[in-house]
Design a protein around this ligand. Structure first.
Ligand code: FEO
Length: 414
């Protein structure tokens, strides 16, 4: 099969829609993914980015359906990560007259991945333009969004921003443009992508948004998912909010459980937060409702936990004690959040124990490492089954988390 989509006369999407990928180095791609590559046929022929290595043959077929591979002049590499550069070696081999065009840092990374001794390179400087004839590409480095060599390319004549990972989503669909799909779903996946891939680099993202605001854009063509033909304001606003860590009115209760004791505590914290959110709603008619979510971390993927945590103002983490430590599922969430560097959240640690100590205490320490202010100096604990006193403490903590999340939300509104 070959399947391409025309963006403009002589500019086509020639990448691969991967309906079957379910794990993208731990990212839960339950809706699949795409690896977008763009072919520009002008006086010169340029291919922007490639696909994952296993789909190189598909990329070659798509390109060859539009142009003789010997006529490809440039293989542009905006990002050396292998979901985009994985098929580059195959394309270098298939396109004997092509020169690889990239920044100096990208060349360094490519040298680490491939034997490039026979590759022809043209290194482009920041903001340098490459003429393709009637159209041109200007290369703008966007370091750490999300690798050091990450670059976007702007085509002023067509007002197209080839944004690589920025503004992408992991979503396999038969449509290629956001406006042809369920837009709310696309934004949800864009947010998940941001939270899981780009979140540690919020400051750099804000710089990119500033630079992009000066460009006249009619089409954003990312390297993953659907292309944006409109809603630029909404998209930039959403990215700015995610990059700034703007709080939504939201509380998460994240936990694991062995014999349902920690689960009883989690449910009580949840109930306390919901009850308080109902009071807040009554006192603030017309205001957004506080969203409270109960999330069992062996039944919820890390990807979803991160997407929900990005803008939460308060989180409770619970684990029973297992071998004088916390449960591995909870440990992995805390470790994942450590790397994602979300903005601080008011937090509480809780959990049950039998004869040993370690689970809730390890969470309390992890919260301090995350620099999430804790509601209580010590975790809320229960021996075997939580008694009425422990459950009352949980209920109170839930209400306090709701208040804290509401205050954080209001603070950002000012
Ligand atoms: Fe889609 Fe950073 O690669």
């Amino acid at each position: 099969m070959n399947l391409t989509t025309e963006l403009r006369p002589g500019i086509d999407q020639v990448g691969y829609v991967d309906y079957n990928v379910r794990d993208f180095h731990s990212y839960d791609t339950r809706l699949g993914a795409t690896y977008n590559a763009y072919l520009i046929r002008d006086e010169k022929v340029a291919l922007i980015d490639t696909v994952k290595a296993p789909f190189a043959a598909q990329l070659k077929r798509n390109v060859a359906s539009l142009v003789d591979l010997e006529k490809v002049d440039y293989l542009v590499c905006l990002h050396a990560e292998l979901d985009h550069a994985g098929a580059l070696a195959a394309m270098v081999e298939a396109c004997p007259n092509a020169t690889v065009v990239c920044g100096a840092k990208c060349k360094d990374a490519l040298e680490g991945f491939f034997d490039v001794s026979n590759w022809k390179f043209q290194i482009v400087a920041p903001n340098e333009s490459l003429s393709l004839g009637k159209r041109s590409l200007t290369f703008v480095p966007v370091p750490m969004v999300h690798w050091p060599e990450s670059t976007v390319a702007y085509m002023p004549e067509e007002k197209i921003l080839f944004s690589n990972d920025a503004f992408g989503q992991h979503l396999a669909t038969s449509e290629r443009f956001v406006d042809e799909c369920d837009v709310a779903k696309v934004f949800e996946e864009a947010k998940s992508y941001y939270a899981n891939i780009v979140a540690p680099y919020g400051r750099q993202v804000l710089n990119v948004l500033k630079a992009a605001s000066g460009l006249d854009i009619e089409l954003i063509a990312p390297a993953h998912g659907l292309m944006w033909r409109d809603r630029f304001g909404e998209l930039m606003e959403a990215y700015a909010a995610w990059a700034s860590g703007t709080y939504a009115p939201k509380v998460l209760v994240i936990y694991d459980t062995m014999w349902q004791s920690t689960e009883l505590m989690a449910e009580e914290i949840y109930a306390g937060a919901v009850e308080q959110s109902q009071k807040i709603a009554k006192e603030n008619p017309g205001a957004p409702r506080l969203d409270v979510q109960l999330m069992h971390c062996r039944k919820t993927t890390l990807t979803r936990l991160a997407a929900e945590a990005l803008d939460a103002g308060a989180i409770a983490f619970g684990s029973p004690t297992l071998n004088a430590h916390l449960m591995p599922s909870v440990a992995s969430v805390l470790a994942y959040f450590q790397g994602l560097k979300f903005r601080e959240k008011t937090s509480v640690a809780f959990g049950s124990f039998g004869w040993g100590v370690g689970g809730p205490e390890a969470i309390q320490k992890a919260l301090a490492d995350l620099k999430y202010p804790a509601l209580t100096e010590a975790p809320i604990k229960a021996k075997q089954r939580p008694d009425a006193e422990a459950l009352a403490k949980c209920r109170e903590a839930g209400a306090n988390l709701a208040n804290a999340a509401w205050e954080r939300y209001l603070g950002d509104k000012k």
